[in-house]
Design a binder for this molecule. Structure first.
Ligand SMILES: Cc1cc2nc3c(=O)[nH]c(=O)nc-3n(C[C@H](O)[C@H](O)[C@H](O)COP(=O)(O)OP(=O)(O)OC[C@H]3O[C@@H](n4cnc5c(N)ncnc54)[C@H](O)[C@@H]3O)c2cc1C
Length: 302
C-alpha cells in the first residue's frame, strides 16, 4: 500500500493497492486498485470530474455491511468515513448530515440538540451514507421514514437534491436514480428533552450488547429476516451455530452473524454464507436473502 501525491489540485488522499481488509468490519478481502478519501464535497466533485468516464467506482462508508472478495476491486473506491461528515441543525426539528458521519455520532448530535427519532442509529456501526443506502434500522426505527431530502452526486460530479418520493425503500433495501451516491440528507425529528433521548440510546446499546457478538469482526446480520420469521432462528434450528469454514464461523451468540475468528479470507466467508443458505433451504424450504453486499473479484488472497 502506498500513498501518492495528487497533482491536479485535489486535496484528498489517494492510495494505490489498498487492502480493503483495513476498511471492512470483517477485516478480510482483497485490495482496491485505488482508494480516495476526499477532503470535502467540493474535492469529491473535482475528483469525479477528473476521472475518465470508464473508471469503475465503488462507494464505501465504514464497510460494516460489505464483503470485498479476495481478488479485490478494480477501479476507484471512494471512502467517506470520517470525511464529508458535518452535521448541522437547519431548523427547529431538522438536521442535515453528510454521508461520512458515523451513525453513532449523528445519533448523539440529534440527542444533544433535543431532537428524538434517531436514537436507533446509535448502535449501527456504519456511516450515515451507508444507512441511507441500506435503509438501516434497529429496534423498530428505520432511516428513511426520517428523511425529507437527500443530496446525491453522480459520476460526473454533478450534485442533485432529491425527494424521498424518488426512491423505492424497503426492508434493508433502497432503489433510486441509478449512478448516484449519497453525499448528505436532511432528517425531520421530534422535539424532546435530550436526557430522555440519551437514556433511550443507552438502553438500546445495552440490549444490543446482550444479543450480539460485539467486538468480534462481523458484518452484523448476514441475511434479511424472511416475512414473519427470523433468519437467526432458522439458522440456529438448522444446527449451524458454531459451523466454520476456514476462519469464518457462524456465531454461537447470534446465528445470523458470521464472525472472522482469525485469518478468515473473503472466500471462506462467502463459502460459509452459501453453505448456510443452502442448509436452511434444504431443512426449512426457505430461501434466505442476503443483507450483506458482496463486491469485487473472486481470486486468490492478495
Ligand atoms: C456488529 C454489527 C451490528 C449491526 N447492526 C445493524 C443493525 O442493527 N441494523 C442495520 O440496519 N444494520 C446493522 N449492521 C450493518 C451495517 O452497520 C449497516 O448496514 C450500515 O448502514 C452500513 O453502513 P456502512 O457505512 O458501513 O456501509 P458500507 O458497508 O461501507 O456499505 C454498504 C453498502 O452501502 C453502499 N454505500 C455506502 N456509502 C454510500 C453512499 N454514501 N452512497 C451510496 N451508497 C453507499 C456501499 O457501496 C455498499 O453497497 C450491523 C453491522 C455490524 C458489524
Amino acid at each position: 500500500m502506498m500513498a501518492v501525491a495528487l497533482d491536479s489540485g485535489l486535496r484528498g488522499e489517494m492510495r494505490i493497492d489498498e487492502s480493503m481488509a483495513r476498511h471492512t468490519s470483517w477485516r478480510a478481502g482483497g485490495c482496491a486498485d485505488r482508494l480516495y478519501r476526499p477532503a470535502d464535497i467540493e474535492d469529491l466533485v473535482a475528483l469525479l470530474r477528473s476521472l475518465p468516464e470508464s473508471e469503475p467506482l465503488a462507494w464505501v462508508g465504514l464497510g460494516s455491511n460489505l464483503l470485498v472478495r479476495d481478488g479485490g476491486i478494480r477501479g476507484t473506491v471512494i471512502l467517506t468515513k470520517g470525511v464529508i461528515d458535518s452535521a448541522a441543525q437547519t431548523d427547529v426539528n431538522r438536521v442535515r448530515a453528510e454521508a461520512g458521519i458515523s451513525c453513532a455520532k449523528l445519533a448523539r448530535f440529534c440527542a444533544r440538540a433535543g431532537l428524538s427519532g434517531a436514537e436507533f442509529l446509535a448502535g449501527i456501526p456504519g456511516t450515515f451514507g451507508g444507512a441511507l443506502a441500506m435503509n438501516a434500522g434497529a429496534f423498530g426505527g428505520e432511516t428513511w421514514p426520517l428523511v425529507v431530502e437527500v443530496e446525491t452526486i453522480d459520476r460526473r460530479g454533478e450534485l442533485h437534491r432529491r425527494s424521498p418520493d424518488e426512491y423505492r425503500v424497503g426492508y434493508r433495501q433502497v432503489e433510486g436514480p441509478r449512478g448516484e451516491w449519497f453525499v448528505a440528507a436532511t432528517l425531520q425529528l421530534a422535539q424532546e428533552e435530550s436526557e430522555a433521548n440519551t437514556q433511550r440510546m443507552r438502553e438500546l446499546l445495552d440490549a444490543r450488547g446482550e444479543a450480539q457478538p460485539i467486538g468480534q469482526p462481523s458484518c452484523g446480520s448476514v441475511f434479511r429476516n424472511p416475512e414473519g420469521d427470523h433468519a437467526a432462528r432458522l439458522i440456529d434450528s438448522a444446527g449451524l451455530k458454531g459451523r466454520c469454514i476456514g476462519g469464518a464461523c457462524v456465531s454461537e451468540k447470534h446465528a445470523n452473524f458470521i464472525i472472522n475468528s482469525g485469518g478468515a479470507t473473503a472466500t471462506d466467508i462467502e463459502a460459509l454464507i452459501e453453505m448456510v443458505a443452502a442448509e436452511v433451504e434444504q431443512q426449512h424450504g426457505i430461501v434466505l436473502q442476503r443483507e450483506v453486499h458482496i463486491v469485487g473479484e473472486r481470486g486468490g488472497v492478495q
